[in-house]
Design a protein around this ligand. Structure first.
Ligand code: UFG
Length: 343
């Protein structure tokens, strides 16, 4: 298939680009490079026979987006482009509603005027943050959506729009609700594909930055949660396993129909446990500093991923947190300044 990947120069998007190329799809990366890195597109295809095309643009630029759909005869879109920081979304909700919802709606509108009577397949990057504070755990896909921060609400609103577009206009969809994603692809020589957010807000890369001596300590945001050690529990999945889930989900999409899948490991790790795993993987003692809670954080988010395992045969290749962390560490060491680093 000809696939357009919005946000394909970002962390998860670029890993998905690689798995799509490996599965013999033709890929066009559509990214405004506001957060993505052009270097990651080349890294995604390193060692492969084909590489992705690149178009620089924002999905809100309907003319460029529609022209791109037509120029490359796009069959399916994977929509990764979004802002992703829970804490920031509480402080600046408009930024999140505008980019994650309004721009996504504009993108959905453009799909209707795409090639062959419109693009009829979409894989959408959604999030565990749509569930809010879970009523049951591990969380299943039919759990009510009760997001507690604007980030989660902006993603939920796009999910609802996609469902309505499916019903009314025959769009086929797969909504993937990610839990916490980490690691780097071990397939790329020299660990040349990895996580480079600016600023970095995620736990694992921040812990590794402290391990590397780039920060004095890792701050733990809240030690009084109702969890086994008082810190938040999250479910971590390796980025290559997440990327593979996109390839599997795409293959099953039918016009006008859709499915929702959680992508997680079914195992929860507290912030303190993640820090210990990082100490083991790096062989370093990592100083910690206890801090107040971060706004918008649910205490525990752990996925049931039974549905995607059963229906799509998804089996994580890297189910173990320490392996995931050790891959992130290898990327971090070879790229201490992200894609700006020269090796
Ligand atoms: N944390 C710290 N210190 C830090 C950074 C994070 O204690 O320096 C804590 C957070 O407070 C949270 C946990 O580590 O309790 C994980 O935080 P992340 O920022 O790494 O990830 P989030 O769980 O907030 O969010 C991530 C993605 C979202 C996704 C969500 C689903 O960024 O897109 O996982 O669980 F929706």
């Amino acid at each position: 298939m000809n696939i357009l990947v919005t946000g394909g120069a970002g962390y998860i998007g670029s890993h998905a680009v690689r798995q799509l190329l490996k599965a013999s799809h033709s890929v066009v990366v559509y990214d405004d490079l506001s957060h993505g890195h052009k270097e990651s597109i080349a890294a995604a295809s390193s060692g492969l026979k084909t590489s992705a095309e690149f178009v620089q643009g924002n999905v809100a630029d309907s003319k460029l987006f529609t022209d791109t759909l037509n120029r490359y005869s796009i069959d399916a879109v994977m929509h990764f482009a979004a802002f992703i920081e829970v804490g920031e979304s509480v402080v600046d909700p408009e930024k999140y509603y505008r980019n994650n919802f309004t721009n996504a709606l504009s993108m959905l509108h453009s799909l209707r005027s795409g090639p062959k009577n419109g693009v009829k397949k979409i894989v959408f990057s959604s999030t565990a943050a749509t569930y809010g504070n879970p009523l049951t755990s591990p969380i299943q896909e039919d759990h009510p959506l009760l997001p507690i921060n604007p980030y989660g609400r902006s993603k939920m609103m796009t999910e609802l729009a996609i469902r309505d577009f499916a019903h009314a206009y025959g769009l086929g969809f797969a909504i993937l609700r990610y839990f916490n994603v980490a690691g780097a692809s071990p397939e790329v020589e020299g660990f040349g594909l990895g996580e480079a957010h600016e600023p970095e807000s995620h736990l694992i890369p921040r812990v590794l930055a402290a391990a590397a001596g780039k920060s004095a300590a890792i701050g733990i945001f809240g030690t009084d949660y109702d969890t086994r050690d008082g810190t938040c529990i999250r479910d971590y999945v390796h980025v290559d396993d997440l990327a593979m889930a996109h390839v599997l989900a795409l293959a099953k999409i039918q016009d006008g129909k859709g499915e929702v899948y959680n992508i997680g490991s079914q195992n929860g790790f507290s912030v303190r446990e993640v820090i210990r795993a990082c100490e083991k993987a790096t062989g370093k003692t990592i100083p910690v500093e206890e801090k107040p809670r971060r706004a918008g954080d649910p205490a525990t988010l752990v996925a049931s991923s039974d549905k995607i395992r059963k229906e799509l045969g998804w089996t994580p290749k890297y189910p173990d947190l320490e392996t995931t962390v050790s891959h992130a560490w290898k990327w971090h060491q070879s790229h201490p300044m992200g894609y700006k680093s020269s090796r």
